[in-house]
Design a protein around this ligand. Structure first.
Ligand code: SF4
Length: 446
């Protein structure tokens, strides 16, 4: 989007208004592939009836099914793989320089023009791309390539610019953020990066969070760093995938529930007020009733703040595709429901325990559910994946998106809490205008 805007093009979220339709696709698991294909077919209808003359498909589906898309979907005019992002301009402008797809691993940098698709008070920064882990269920490394980090100063420069423009919360992402800097020769690179980001003084309160930690890469220095800096939110997202050592071994991840419990205890001891998020896969090939019972016991013991449960998806290019003991779809769904029911009880008790306390919240805007309430998030709630705070009473000025204010929690649901927003203690920064964050000449600086 940034490249297109930098070249004078206008973006529209309305396909009926577009001259060129671009579908950015995903092919991680079956539901993502289906959603991508359905969207391509839906957009193809606009090409037949609307003003659009061209349909371009970008992203991971292209990496995985380039030949199939070409053969089966004649309505698609051009393809853009994950390493060819910068070709989007020439393809939209109709200057198709032909195949010649770049295979050099792509990674954006601080001078890459960028359009924020988030609401303006929070942003994601990708700090690394690709993955070197051998998880047997995962096809991501096949399409995203080997792990590579962005330069330290490039991330710092981008974060500083976003904060200066009014962004309140930065979420660092990558397939594995905890490996950050290993390829640059940095030791504890993520801890060093967080420490540096926590020192950026934007003149207003800011939050920095990272997502997707790999459990055996969570070092004591990383925990100490999170504990030491108020601008680093007390939050760890660490997908564990399972708790049975037998299943984890078949997943080629290693570890076991009792090791994970010790790590979580140590993290909570080091970082008071820490929220821990994780995710699991149920129905992995060979997962027995005993393995699943072990996972349930583990979840009861760990008392996660936030938890996601995914059904195993049997991807034909994954290593686990060849494993025996495939689990029936109905059993998988039952296990997912059962595990989520355990977590719902834990979440309900956690939410209830917050009633009567005062917390800092980042005001998001009107609630996604009803225009009658405002919505906010505590630092322990990541955007788009965790619960929210619903504001049902306001003391002092009306809320403004992007404000960080105190809130008194007065009620709770399972995953969300309700509360009274207290009077502001600082002026909210002006948020960046929706859309373009920066336009700079595109320099090749990986
Ligand atoms: S660490 Fe994540 S991205 Fe990497 S192989 Fe494992 S599941 Fe896939």
């Amino acid at each position: 989007m940034g490249h297109l805007v930098a070249h004078g093009h206008e973006l529209t979220p309305n396909p009926a208004d577009a001259d060129v339709l671009v579908v950015n696709s995903c092919s991680f698991i079956d539901p993502a592939k289906k959603e991508s294909v359905d969207t391509i077919l839906e957009m193809a209808e606009y090409k037949k009836t609307g003003r659009a003359k061209k349909l371009i498909v970008a992203g991971c589906l292209v990496e995985r099914f380039r030949g199939d898309i070409r053969k089966e979907m004649p309505e698609v005019d051009a393809l853009v793989g994950t390493n060819e992002i910068e070709r989007i301009v020439e393809l939209c402008e109709g200057v198709d320089a032909g195949e010649g797809a770049s295979t050099a691993p792509y990674l954006y940098h601080d001078l890459t023009p960028r359009v924020l698709s988030t609401p303006g008070h929070f942003a994601y920064i990708k700090i690394a791309e690709g993955c070197d882990h051998p998880c047997s269920f995962c096809v991501i490394p096949q399409y995203r390539g080997a792990f590579r980090s962005r330069r330290f100063e490039s991330v710092v420069a981008e974060a500083a610019r976003l904060f200066q423009q009014g962004v309140r919360e930065i979420n660092l992402i990558g397939q594995d953020t905890t490996c950050y800097g290993e390829d640059l020769g940095l030791r504890d690179g993520l801890a060093a990066l967080l420490e540096r980001l926590a020192q950026i003084d934007a003149g207003h309160q800011t939050w920095v969070r990272f997502l997707y930690a790999y459990p055996n890469k969570v070092t004591q220095r990383l925990l100490d760093t999170i504990a030491a800096h108020p601008r680093l939110v007390k939050y760890i997202d660490m997908p564990l995938q399972h708790a049975s050592a037998r299943v984890l071994k078949r997943m080629r991840r290693g570890g076991a529930g009792d090791h994970f419990l010790k790590l979580i205890e140590r993290a909570r001891r080091t970082i008071p007020g820490l929220a821990v998020r994780t995710s699991f896969i149920v129905g992995f090939p060979g997962e027995t009733a005993e393995d699943f019972a072990e996972l349930c016991q583990f979840v009861e013991a760990a008392r996660f703040d936030n938890l996601g449960v995914f059904l195993y998806s049997d991807e034909d290019t994954s290593r686990s595709y060849a494993l025996d003991g495939k689990v029936d779809a109905r059993i998988k769904r039952n296990r997912q429901r059962h595990l989520m029911a355990i977590q719902r009880k834990i979440a309900r008790a956690r939410s209830r325990a917050l009633v009567g306390t005062e917390v800092a919240v980042l005001v998001q805007g009107l609630s996604a559910e009803t225009d009658l309430l405002w919505e906010a998030r505590m630092a322990t709630q990541a955007p788009e994946i965790d619960g929210v705070v619903l504001i049902n009473d306001v003391e002092g000025d009306e809320p403004r998106p992007g404000e960080i204010r105190r809130l008194r929690i007065t009620g709770s649901h399972d995953y969300d809490v309700l509360g009274t927003l207290l009077p502001p203690t600082e002026a909210a920064p002006a948020l960046p205008p929706p859309g373009l964050v920066q336009i700079e000449p595109v320099a090749v600086r990986l």
